[in-house]
Design a protein around this ligand. Structure first.
Ligand SMILES: Cc1cc2nc3c(=O)[nH]c(=O)nc-3n(C[C@H](O)[C@H](O)[C@H](O)COP(=O)(O)O)c2cc1C
Length: 262
């Protein structure tokens, strides 16, 4: 184990934070570490929006489905897929930008997430806890408005960061043997799928059932196993479809699908 691996393998998402502020110096070092990440063509098609103002954070709390860590953690970093800056520079340089398409949106999403993971590691190296917010993609349309994002800019993920006020255990991971393929993708039979998910099925079910608010939901929606918690309770199809529609709208609104979603 070297120091980098030790840090990576001890990562846990933190969902309870002290109110202690994160210094300007630490915040700036986290952002600079994010910007050292690889990016497609070194174009760095991302922006980071820093949110620290308590009033603005209250509004963000609503947009992030009232996840309380948004209120507690002193620092929020929203990562946007961003071609606006690059387009502007190209136009100023008499270069005709051809980046208003879905491919380029995905390139920028990749740049934004890779930078965000760098920021996460940098924050953890300073003793901060972090948690990614999946609600950014679900509220991207509203967040784009909230942050005054121009054409070419879509918020895609948020990192909550602050000093931890909890010490949760490491979460499990599926075994590498079930995820890493050699040379070709080898599809799974039922027995292999069972083996890959065996530990998670048991531990995950027990974890959700020991959280009162979730256990009630699981019961109310009739989920019988962990997979059904994912499909009926956490990520039901109708919500996925609704949020997909909003996301396609904002991607189109920001100019990445010139003919609109089909
Ligand atoms: C893209 C992304 C979005 C996430 N969104 C949320 C979220 O909205 N709320 C939350 O509590 N955790 C969120 N998480 C954290 C995951 O639940 C967490 O990483 C996973 O359960 C594994 O736990 P660990 O990070 O502690 O190892 C998100 C993680 C990622 C990578």
């Amino acid at each position: 184990m070297n120091e980098t691996l030790r840090q990576i393998t001890s990562h846990r998402s933190i969902r309870k934070y002290k109110t202690d502020p994160v210094s300007d110096d630490v915040q700036s070092r986290i952002c600079r570490a994010a910007l050292r990440a690889s990016s497609s063509g070194n174009m760095q098609t991302l922006s980071i929006i820093v949110s620290r103002d308590p009033e603005r954070k209250k509004q963000l709390w609503e947009l992030h489905f009232r996840q309380d860590m948004i209120l507690q953690a002193p620092l929020l970093l929203t990562f946007c897929a961003d071609w606006n800056r690059m387009n502007h520079w190209c136009r100023m340089s008499d270069a005709d930008p051809g980046f208003d398409n879905f491919l380029c949106f995905m390139v920028a999403v990749g740049d934004a997430f890779i930078a965000a993971q760098n920021a996460a590691l940098a924050a953890e190296s300073f003793g901060l806890g972090i948690c990614f917010m999946g609600t950014t993609l679900r509220s991207a349309k509203e967040l784009a408005r909230f942050f005054s994002c121009p054409e070419g800019v879509v918020p895609v993920t948020t990192l909550v960061a602050g000093y931890p006020d909890e010490d949760p255990p490491l979460r499990d991971r599926l075994p590498a043997s079930g995820i890493v393929h050699q040379e070709r993708y080898r599809d799974y039979d039922d027995t292999e799928i069972r083996a890959v998910y065996e530990t998670r099925e048991r531990d995950g079910w027990n974890r959700y059932m020991s959280a009162n608010h979730l256990a009630e939901k699981v019961k109310a929606l009739g989920a019988q196993n962990l997979a059904q918690i994912y499909t009926k309770v956490k990520y039901p199809k109708e919500y996925n479809e609704m949020f997909s529609k909003d996301l396609l709208d904002v991607i189109s609104e920001k100019g990445f699908m010139p003919s609109g979603p089909s």
